[in-house]
Design a protein. Structure first.
Length: 287
């Protein structure tokens, strides 16, 4: 374990197969409040939760992992291991290593799917769930755009060029200022000597993700496994991944669910919007 930026500790975990995995550890490990586990999207990493985790850590411990093949975690030599079963197994080992028996799972996109899988595979570990712009049905157009973006191996000479590209091609991302776009670029790309700024993930993850998304399997049974815990669902108003119709059906399927919509936003929300933070505070208090 080493000290990181103010507010978190940088830590590494050796997975069951020997792969070295990175995670950020915020807050007081001895807090009596139930910890939170922040799970990012398919190509994302722990940096996405920086401000959000720092805010929550004033009262509880927050764990933010980089999945294998993302961020500072090692890349897997076998791309077939880039699948939800492996990710959940890695998460299970993370919780055990940190002495965490139960956590509030806050999942963005893929992270929300993993929250559902955890409710089946390790039900006792899920105290509650926040699903950020993801549900039991995933919009085909939104997934197609994600896959196309994952296949790119574009390089940029500097972060500003990367930010300009993201802003032009993904205008519905939750950014309100030039600095917001730079933050998104900083969380998406890493500097590689001699190559400029490149994606901060293993491009091999697209192999498994593209195949799984093409199957278009229903996740309603997985979503149903969350019935026994409090659930908050967040949706970007312009999201093409979580449709308004699926969002409505989620409330019919699970009457106790809390829901919040972020106006003027696509996939996913940033989790720093005032109405979302209010909803999460209320959700954690209820849970």
């Amino acid at each position: 374990m080493t000290d990181g930026a103010p507010g978190y500790r940088e830590r590494w975990l050796t997975a069951q197969d020997g792969l070295k995995l990175y995670f950020r550890d915020y807050g007081d490990p001895l807090s009596h409040e139930t910890p939170a586990l922040c799970l990012p999207g398919v190509t994302r990493n722990s940096k996405d939760f920086a401000d959000f985790a720092l805010r929550l850590s004033s009262r509880r411990r927050i764990l933010c992992p980089d999945y294998r093949g993302r961020g500072r975690s090692a890349y897997d030599p076998d791309w077939r291991n880039y699948n939800p079963a492996t990710y959940v197994n890695d998460i299970r080992h993370l919780l055990v290593a940190c002495g965490v028996r139960k956590a509030h799972v806050i999942g963005t996109s893929l992270g929300g799917i993993l929250a559902m899988v955890m409710a089946v595979a390790t039900p006792g570990a899920v105290a509650s769930a926040v699903l950020n712009d993801i549900g039991p049905e995933v919009g085909g157009a939104g997934v197609g755009n994600i896959v196309a973006y994952m296949r790119e191996e574009r390089r940029f000479p500097d972060l500003q060029s990367a930010a300009d590209y993201i802003r032009k091609n993904f205008p519905d991302l939750p950014a309100r200022s030039p600095e917001d776009w730079l933050t998104i670029a900083r969380n998406t790309y890493r500097e590689q000597p001699g190559r400029g700024f490149v994606h901060d993930w293993d491009h091999a993850i697209v192999n498994q993700f593209a195949g799984a998304s093409a199957q278009n399997a229903s996740m309603w049974p997985l979503f149903g496994a969350l019935r026994r815990v409090p659930v908050l669902a967040v949706r970007g108003q312009r999201s093409t991944v979580l449709s308004a119709e699926t969002f409505r059906r989620m409330a019919e399927f699970m009457p106790g669910i809390a829901q919040v919509v972020v106006e003027d936003c696509g996939h996913p929300t940033a989790l720093n919007e005032s109405n979302v933070l209010e909803a999460i505070d209320a959700h954690l208090a209820r849970a």
